[in-house]
Design a protein around this ligand. Structure first.
Ligand SMILES: *Cc1c(COP(=O)(O)O)cnc(C)c1O
Length: 393
């Protein structure tokens, strides 16, 4: 084992269990480790490198912008940030944007916007409803929003108040949970970390009706589903639902850290200067990279990604023959196979055979391949997966 990796325990605070691979290089849908072993990417750096690793257009924008100006602070204007604000809000006409550095921060802003709106509209209280198995980030407020029971033994308690979580896709529980205290419902169109659970039509329909009847906001956490991942720029475009606030991060800047919170004017109009901010948010280099990502996500590209996603899912459907296969879920290039057994050995064997995949919730294999993966390399990965399933069946 590489000596760095042995040393790791001495210098890192142990928040991650990492795979024992040291990556040295990545291009497109391939990564290379220290020994020069090549890996096919079905993971995209956790949905971050959607356009592929070090895309030529992204690289060139990073180089050009970093030679001009890397940071100016948000007390001034820079070109990439202005251009990106136009390009992003054009994808959701009428919206405005706030830039941060990560998904958790994008959701923090979404929560603040909802509370501000709630302060102006609700007398009874300010409660945000979220769903079990959701994931909204690792800050205290986004953890409070992240669904599931928090026991009194939780080492990070107390959490900010005003959050309540209920089962996902459960229409009757949703109906019961909303009250005149509800200011917002935060949801992922497809739960990512939670195990690739797709929001159902009847559930979304009810959510939409209730939001109108009971006057609360809809926050779509599109940090994993957005930026084309499910075959449309935002996943909500396929759902017949219009949120009031949308958070983006992960795939937004081709690998650089950037978060964005978009919202409609009835939400943003209450914000006054000084209410929110970020030192690094909307960094010019990250924004320049993001502009290139947006340029790559044309309607023709998105159409191809939908086709590619359909093909991918049809290939994965043939895994039904294996006894450990339980269910196939997902949309576009965000797909999961739930197993009847732990997924860790599958991930490890795939790695050994040169394919990067992920496992979430212990038994859901998660596939997040890069957007422009050629058919022959998709087939190559599927072939490796068949071999993995055959060996572990
Ligand atoms: C990854 C993720 C987050 C958190 O993003 P960070 O950049 O890690 O803070 C929030 N919501 C969803 C749906 C995510 O997938």
């Amino acid at each position: 084992m590489n000596p760095y990796l042995k040393q790791e325990k001495k210098t890192f605070i142990h928040t991650f269990n990492r795979h024992p691979i040291l990556f040295k290089k990545a291009r497109g849908h391939w990564l290379w480790d220290e020994k020069g072993k090549k890996y096919l990417d079905f993971f995209s750096g956790l949905a971050v490198c959607g356009v592929g690793h070090s895309h030529a257009k992204v690289l060139s924008a990073i180089k050009t912008q970093s030679q001009k100006i890397i940071h100016a602070s948000n007390l001034f204007y820079t070109d990439p940030q202005i251009k990106l604000s136009h390009a992003l809000t054009k994808r959701w006409p009428g919206s405005k944007v706030f830039f941060s550095n990560s998904g958790a921060e994008a959701n923090e802003m979404a929560i603040k916007l909802a509370r501000l709106w709630g302060t102006r509209h609700k007398k009874a209280g300010r409660e945000i409803i979220s769903f079990n198995q959701s994931f909204h980030g690792r800050t205290l407020a986004t953890l409070a929003a992240t669904g599931g029971k928090k026991s009194s033994k939780d080492p990070f308690a107390p959490y900010p108040a005003g959050f309540k979580s209920i089962p996902f896709n459960d229409v009757s529980r949703l109906k019961k949970a909303v009250s005149n205290k509800t200011i917002a419902v935060i949801f992922e169109p497809i739960q990512g970390e939670g195990g690739i659970h797709v929001a159902t039509r009847p559930f979304l329909k009810k959510l939409k009706t209730l939001a109108r009847q009971r006057n609360f906001l809809l926050i779509a956490d599109e940090i994993q589903t957005g930026m084309g991942r499910t075959g449309t720029f935002f996943a909500f475009e396929q759902l017949g639902i219009q949120p009031d606030i949308v958070s983006l991060a992960k795939g937004i800047a081709g690998g650089l850290p950037l978060g964005a919170t978009l919202a409609k004017p009835h939400v943003t109009k209450w914000v006054k200067p000084g209410m929110h901010g970020s030192t690094f948010g909307g960094n010019p280099v990250a924004c320049a990279a993001s502009l290139e990502v947006l340029k790559l996500l044309t309607s023709a590209a998105l159409k191809n990604m939908r086709k590619s996603g359909d093909y991918f899912k049809s290939q994965l459907a043939s895994f039904r023959v294996y006894s450990n296969f339980k269910e196939l879920r997902g949309r576009g290039l965000m797909v999961g196979i739930e197993l009847n057994c732990p997924g860790a050995p599958y991930v490890a064997l795939a790695q050994k055979m040169g394919l990067l995949i992920n496992c979430t919730q212990k038994n859901v294999l998660r596939f997040l391949p890069p957007y422009f993966l050629p058919r022959q390399d998709m087939d190559r990965g599927i072939k490796i997966l068949h071999s993995v399933f055959q060996q572990l069946n």
